[in-house]
Design a protein around this ligand. Structure first.
Ligand code: ADP
Length: 289
């Protein structure tokens, strides 16, 4: 099973005549609300890929709809607490040209309670996988606890923060990053990805596919991206992460798990939207590229 200490956001997308400037009051012509947050996206991807995905997190009094939606998408939501802090959200203004402006508020995502984390993880089995991203509190506690319980620990270093990634690095089995994050990490540690002490480093390379770096042998394995016309790349990385972990959880060898994740992410970039449109395993296996 997959245990995800992860963010849950309401993505509020406002359609605007133009992006508001300082001091301006401007009416939106439309509002769409979507389920988002890297954590929620990864849980949905892992569940759609066929794994038991347990989400550990928190929402506010206004977050019931997000929990309901995660449940509907097959995620175990019993370890999502409802607390007295607003649900994390993104206020996204989009103009007629598709240019955007985003206000992020982490809210409940940064107020996850230590006891509920402990309660959740003690129900995990040795060999299960813990995944985290840099949008919640308790990352180091979770990594340490999971390691102690015999779980494998995966970190997606996004949004990138040098201090946050270095703090969890000693506990990791898997590290997943995109090219920009990989360059930032190399700059801040002075080490190449194979020298970080992490068994498996996975770099996503956008339209060039993905790379696996074996931390023990230094062997690099590249898989090319599938030929698709990308219309919306939001959530592609999260879909990739959810799928690769699910593949490993279902017993696939690394290279096969990566190939499946690469297919899922390719399909994802052909769709508009995030959590709501993450493909399921059948779609991924049936897809013709
Ligand atoms: P992020 O969105 O986190 O920055 P990437 O841009 O590296 O991550 O994309 C994640 C994965 O999505 C890639 O490894 C690849 O599998 C897939 N992907 C992204 N862009 C494309 C594309 N244009 N064509 C095919 N696959 C893509």
């Amino acid at each position: 099973a997959i245990w995800n200490l992860g963010s849950i956001n309401a993505d509020m997308v406002y359609t605007m005549p133009h992006l508001p400037t300082a001091g301006e009051t401007l009416a939106a012509t439309e509002l769409d609300q979507f389920l988002g947050g890297k954590g929620a996206n990864m849980s949905v991807a892992a569940a759609r890929a066929g794994s038991l995905a347990h989400h550990i997190g928190a929402v506010g009094p206004d977050g019931k709809w997000a929990v309901d939606r995660l449940t509907e998408y097959g995620v175990d939501t019993r370890h999502i607490a409802q607390i007295d802090v607003p649900t994390g959200h993104a206020i996204i203004a989009v103009d007629q040209q598709g240019e955007n402006q985003i206000i992020l508020y982490s809210g409940a995502n940064q107020k996850i309670d230590q006891n509920s984390l402990k309660q959740a993880l003690t129900q995990a089995n040795a060999g299960d996988i813990l995944v985290m991203q840099n949008e919640t509190n308790l990352q180091v506690d979770a990594a340490r606890m999971a390691r102690g319980l015999g779980l494998k620990v995966c970190y997606a270093a996004a949004p990138f923060d040098e201090v946050a990634v270095q703090a969890v690095l000693p506990y990791l089995d898997f590290l997943i990053l995109n090219q920009v994050e990989a360059a930032q990490l190399e700059r801040s540690t002075g080490k190449t990805p194979d020298a970080l002490g992490v068994s498996d480093v996975i770099m996503t390379l956008g339209a060039r596919g993905a790379r696996h770096i074996d931390g023990n042998t230094g062997v690099i394995h590249d898989i090319p991206a599938l030929p698709v016309t990308a219309v919306d790349t939001t959530g592609a990385g999260d879909t990739f992460t959810g799928y690769i972990l699910s593949g490993l959880d279902r017993g696939l060898p690394m290279v096969n798990a990566m190939a499946q994740a690469n297919r899922a992410a390719a399909l994802m970039v052909t769709r508009h939207g995030t959590a709501d449109v993450i493909p399921d395993l059948k779609d991924v296996l049936d897809a013709r590229f």
